[in-house]
Design a protein around this ligand. Structure first.
Ligand code: TRP
Length: 452
């Protein structure tokens, strides 16, 4: 057994919320959400997204929080101590977090590189959309630069993780989260006042349900899952550091609200600017890296806005990288009986190795493919489409059906000290609604629901 009595805990109430929100808010909110919403018709997607966040995201986050604080352990230890044969799903958490880091660290590297190029004026020097697209592809294909930036992203993360739970992760999230919200708000005001920006707001906030299909719903569910960081033990790990007074219900609600707020603010930054420039909102994953720089270039003080935006993206990305890294690190430290320092070093070096391969697979190693996909795309596809919904499905069944009912009860009520009227609803959602919805996403991602 692992001795957990010396485990770190976060400070006050606010820390639990800000640290978990830091892990949840990331590229998923600022880069992925706007382009998926743009592809799915805007407003109606936002409504579906919010419904999914409440019906699936919240209960699973509460489930993860409960097993994390109950066991005070890494995900493998947590699953194992509540039911021995379920420990394999703990391994799914660790392996998937590691694999996500493999490509997430690369994109985080790009955000740092784009920040640097914004400050030097490189980004806003290009005028046409074609030039921006060419700049982006030549830059991700470069044989060494992205590798260097991936390593920089990981070394920054390493420093925070090595400082420890309290001095590193907690302090960093407490500073970075408010900075992020402030920067987003400034950018949203700027974007909203651009000529023609109101059209973008209309597209984003006025739901047009005639555009909704089953696919929109599946996309909204997948996005809610990725954005809230659930299914892979991130929240199990963070909750293992919560103190006994933390109210899990209000923490989960606050994290969900902050995460959604950031996604909405990101939409309010991006859509007015996109409409003002007359660009199609369904431009896809290049929206942030190709479309936006084009818009910044045409704005007065473009260099300032572009630097601010990419700095913001870097901050959001890094707090998520930190959360994924912590999952891997604490697993290595506790299960392989290593010091935190050695575990951090091992995790960082391994991620840099996989990240470098992923980065090179977009350029010089393009021809090395796995099932027809580059290493980068394969990592993204397998984790987001298969391992993540599988992890979520298992977490919902584990908490809702497998383990003793008392665990959820004790954790939601802080061992009877608080009242929780929603316990039955949460259990119902975990037992029935989440498994059905998640099974659908999973089957769909395997390509079996193509006809929808
Ligand atoms: N939620 C983060 C984002 O929006 C990414 C992330 C961090 C994540 N930890 C995770 C996604 C665990 C799924 C599972 O960018």
């Amino acid at each position: 057994m692992v001795d957990n009595s010396k485990r770190a805990t976060f400070g006050g109430k606010l820390s639990a919320v800000l640290v978990s929100a830091g892990g949840a808010v990331g590229l998923g909110n600022i880069w992925r959400f706007p382009y998926v919403a743009g592809e799915n018709g805007g407003g109606a997607f936002l409504v579906l997204y919010i419904v999914c966040a409440i019906l699936i995201g919240l209960p699973i986050m509460l489930g993860e929080f409960s097993i994390g604080r109950q066991t005070k352990s890494n995900p493998v230890g947590a699953f194992r101590s509540l039911n021995k044969s379920w420990r394999y799903f703990g391994y799914n958490c660790i392996v998937t977090s590691f694999l996500i880091l493999g490509f997430y660290s690369v994109v985080s590297g790009w955000t740092i590189e784009y920040t640097v190029h914004s400050v030097t004026g490189e980004i806003t020097r290009h005028a046409s959309a074609g030039e921006h697209a060419a700049f982006f592809s030549s830059f991700i294909e470069n044989p060494w630069k992205p590798v260097v930036y991936t390593s920089i992203a990981m070394l920054l993360t390493h420093t925070v993780i090595a400082l420890g739970v309290r001095k590193g992760i907690e302090r960093c999230s407490k500073i970075l989260m408010p900075v992020l919200l402030l920067m987003l708000a400034v950018l949203a005001v700027r974007s909203l006042t651009m000529p023609g920006g109101a059209e973008g707001v209309k597209f984003f906030l006025m739901p047009d349900f005639s555009k909704v299909t089953a696919r929109t719903l599946l996309d909204a569910m997948g996005q809610a899952f990725f954005s809230l960081s659930i299914g892979l033990g991130t929240m199990v790990t963070y909750a293992s550091y919560f103190n006994e007074k933390t109210n899990l219900r209000t923490t989960a609600v606050n994290v969900t609200v902050i995460d959604t707020l950031v996604a909405v603010l990101a939409g309010l930054v991006i859509f007015p600017a996109v409409f003002s420039a007359g660009i199609e909102p369904s431009a896809g994953s290049s929206l942030v890296f190709i479309t936006l720089p084009g818009i910044f270039a045409s704005m007065p003080l473009g260099m300032v806005w572009s630097s601010l935006f990419f700095l913001l993206l870097t901050v959001a990305a890094l707090t998520s990288v930190i959360s994924l890294h912590e999952v891997v690190t604490v697993y290595i430290a506790e299960e392989w009986h290593m010091s935190r320092k050695a575990a951090t070093r091992l995790a960082t070096l391994s991620v840099i190795a996989v990240g470098s391969l992923a980065s090179l697979s977009l350029g010089v190693m393009k021809h090395w493919t796995i099932f027809g996909k580059t290493i980068f795309d394969a990592l993204d596809y397998v984790t987001a489409n298969i391992m993540l919904p599988l992890g979520g499905l298992m977490t919902a069944i584990f908490v809702g059906v497998v383990i003793d009912r008392r665990v959820l009860h004790d954790q939601l009520t802080n061992f009877g000290k608080l009242q929780c009227h929603q316990e039955r609803t949460v259990r119902f959602l975990l037992r029935y609604v989440c498994p059905i919805m998640l099974a659908l996403i999973f089957i769909d991602n395997l390509g079996l629901l193509k006809w929808i």
